[in-house]
Design a protein around this ligand. Structure first.
Ligand code: SF4
Length: 142
Protein backbone atom coordinates (compact mmCIF):
# COMPACT_ATOMS: atom_id res chain seq x y z
CA UNK A 1 0.00 0.00 0.00
CA UNK A 2 2.75 2.46 1.01
CA UNK A 3 4.59 1.65 -2.22
CA UNK A 4 1.53 2.53 -4.29
CA UNK A 5 1.07 5.84 -2.47
CA UNK A 6 4.72 6.81 -2.92
CA UNK A 7 4.66 9.21 -5.90
CA UNK A 8 8.35 10.07 -5.77
CA UNK A 9 10.17 9.65 -9.09
CA UNK A 10 12.78 6.90 -9.22
CA UNK A 11 16.44 7.70 -8.70
CA UNK A 12 18.29 8.73 -11.83
CA UNK A 13 21.78 9.16 -10.42
CA UNK A 14 24.22 6.47 -11.50
CA UNK A 15 25.18 3.81 -8.95
CA UNK A 16 28.14 5.29 -7.04
CA UNK A 17 31.46 3.48 -7.44
CA UNK A 18 35.00 3.98 -6.19
CA UNK A 19 35.55 7.46 -4.75
CA UNK A 20 31.85 8.34 -5.14
CA UNK A 21 30.88 5.27 -3.13
CA UNK A 22 33.39 6.13 -0.38
CA UNK A 23 32.03 9.69 -0.26
CA UNK A 24 28.47 8.42 0.05
CA UNK A 25 29.33 6.04 2.89
CA UNK A 26 31.35 8.72 4.72
CA UNK A 27 28.60 11.35 4.40
CA UNK A 28 25.94 8.90 5.54
CA UNK A 29 27.95 7.80 8.58
CA UNK A 30 28.77 11.33 9.71
CA UNK A 31 25.50 13.11 8.99
CA UNK A 32 23.14 10.42 10.17
CA UNK A 33 24.96 10.43 13.50
CA UNK A 34 25.16 14.20 13.92
CA UNK A 35 22.06 15.53 12.13
CA UNK A 36 19.79 12.50 11.81
CA UNK A 37 20.28 13.06 8.07
CA UNK A 38 17.81 11.40 5.68
CA UNK A 39 20.19 11.53 2.69
CA UNK A 40 18.05 13.73 0.46
CA UNK A 41 21.10 14.44 -1.70
CA UNK A 42 20.67 18.24 -1.69
CA UNK A 43 21.73 19.49 1.69
CA UNK A 44 20.44 22.82 2.97
CA UNK A 45 21.62 22.56 6.58
CA UNK A 46 23.29 25.97 6.26
CA UNK A 47 19.84 27.48 5.57
CA UNK A 48 18.13 25.71 8.42
CA UNK A 49 20.27 26.38 11.47
CA UNK A 50 21.82 22.91 11.01
CA UNK A 51 18.45 21.25 11.69
CA UNK A 52 17.68 18.72 8.95
CA UNK A 53 14.37 19.72 7.28
CA UNK A 54 13.83 16.19 5.97
CA UNK A 55 13.03 15.09 9.52
CA UNK A 56 9.80 17.08 9.19
CA UNK A 57 7.03 14.49 8.62
CA UNK A 58 5.76 16.69 5.79
CA UNK A 59 9.29 17.18 4.34
CA UNK A 60 8.77 20.95 4.32
CA UNK A 61 11.81 22.84 3.02
CA UNK A 62 10.68 26.41 3.67
CA UNK A 63 9.49 26.74 7.21
CA UNK A 64 6.86 25.15 9.41
CA UNK A 65 3.30 24.27 8.53
CA UNK A 66 0.46 25.91 10.37
CA UNK A 67 0.21 23.12 12.89
CA UNK A 68 3.11 23.82 15.21
CA UNK A 69 1.87 23.42 18.77
CA UNK A 70 2.07 26.31 21.23
CA UNK A 71 4.96 24.58 23.02
CA UNK A 72 6.88 24.24 19.74
CA UNK A 73 6.14 20.55 19.18
CA UNK A 74 5.11 18.91 15.91
CA UNK A 75 1.40 18.35 15.18
CA UNK A 76 2.11 15.01 13.49
CA UNK A 77 4.62 13.74 16.07
CA UNK A 78 3.64 15.64 19.24
CA UNK A 79 6.38 13.99 21.28
CA UNK A 80 8.99 15.69 19.09
CA UNK A 81 9.91 19.35 18.65
CA UNK A 82 9.11 20.93 15.28
CA UNK A 83 12.29 20.80 13.19
CA UNK A 84 11.56 24.35 12.03
CA UNK A 85 11.44 25.68 15.58
CA UNK A 86 14.81 24.01 16.08
CA UNK A 87 15.96 25.48 12.76
CA UNK A 88 15.14 29.02 13.81
CA UNK A 89 16.78 28.63 17.21
CA UNK A 90 19.81 26.97 15.64
CA UNK A 91 20.17 29.70 13.04
CA UNK A 92 20.33 32.37 15.77
CA UNK A 93 23.30 30.56 17.32
CA UNK A 94 25.27 30.21 14.08
CA UNK A 95 28.29 32.49 13.69
CA UNK A 96 27.84 32.32 9.89
CA UNK A 97 24.95 31.61 7.47
CA UNK A 98 22.42 33.24 9.83
CA UNK A 99 20.72 35.15 7.04
CA UNK A 100 20.45 31.95 4.96
CA UNK A 101 17.45 31.13 7.09
CA UNK A 102 15.58 33.66 4.96
CA UNK A 103 16.49 31.94 1.68
CA UNK A 104 13.67 30.40 -0.29
CA UNK A 105 14.66 26.79 -1.01
CA UNK A 106 13.69 25.14 -4.26
CA UNK A 107 11.48 22.06 -4.24
CA UNK A 108 13.21 18.88 -3.22
CA UNK A 109 14.37 16.69 -6.11
CA UNK A 110 13.40 13.22 -4.96
CA UNK A 111 15.50 11.64 -7.70
CA UNK A 112 18.55 12.48 -5.60
CA UNK A 113 17.34 10.57 -2.55
CA UNK A 114 20.06 8.29 -1.11
CA UNK A 115 22.84 9.98 -3.06
CA UNK A 116 25.72 12.05 -1.68
CA UNK A 117 24.90 15.75 -1.38
CA UNK A 118 28.65 16.41 -1.35
CA UNK A 119 29.08 14.76 -4.74
CA UNK A 120 25.92 16.41 -6.03
CA UNK A 121 27.26 19.80 -4.99
CA UNK A 122 30.59 19.21 -6.73
CA UNK A 123 28.99 17.78 -9.87
CA UNK A 124 26.24 20.45 -9.79
CA UNK A 125 23.66 17.71 -10.04
CA UNK A 126 21.80 19.43 -7.20
CA UNK A 127 21.23 22.52 -9.36
CA UNK A 128 18.30 21.00 -11.21
CA UNK A 129 15.01 22.80 -10.61
CA UNK A 130 11.58 22.53 -12.20
CA UNK A 131 10.98 24.95 -15.10
CA UNK A 132 8.48 26.97 -13.07
CA UNK A 133 11.09 27.45 -10.36
CA UNK A 134 13.71 28.64 -12.83
CA UNK A 135 11.19 31.18 -14.19
CA UNK A 136 10.48 32.36 -10.66
CA UNK A 137 14.21 32.83 -9.96
CA UNK A 138 14.65 34.81 -13.19
CA UNK A 139 11.76 37.10 -12.25
CA UNK A 140 13.16 37.59 -8.73
CA UNK A 141 16.59 38.52 -10.10
CA UNK A 142 15.18 41.48 -12.06
S1 SF4 B 1 19.09 18.39 4.20
FE1 SF4 B 1 19.32 16.41 3.12
S2 SF4 B 1 21.54 15.97 3.05
FE2 SF4 B 1 21.21 17.67 4.56
S3 SF4 B 1 21.10 16.65 6.55
FE3 SF4 B 1 18.97 16.78 5.76
S4 SF4 B 1 18.56 14.88 4.55
FE4 SF4 B 1 20.78 15.06 4.95
Amino acid sequence: MADRLDRRPPQTAPEPRGFGRALLVLEKEIKEEIYDCRMCGQCILHSTGMSCPMRCPKSLRNGPCGGVMIDGSCEVLPDRPCVWVQAWEGSRRLPVWRSHMEHLNKPVDWRLQETSSWENLLSRRDRHAPAAWAAYEQRSAR
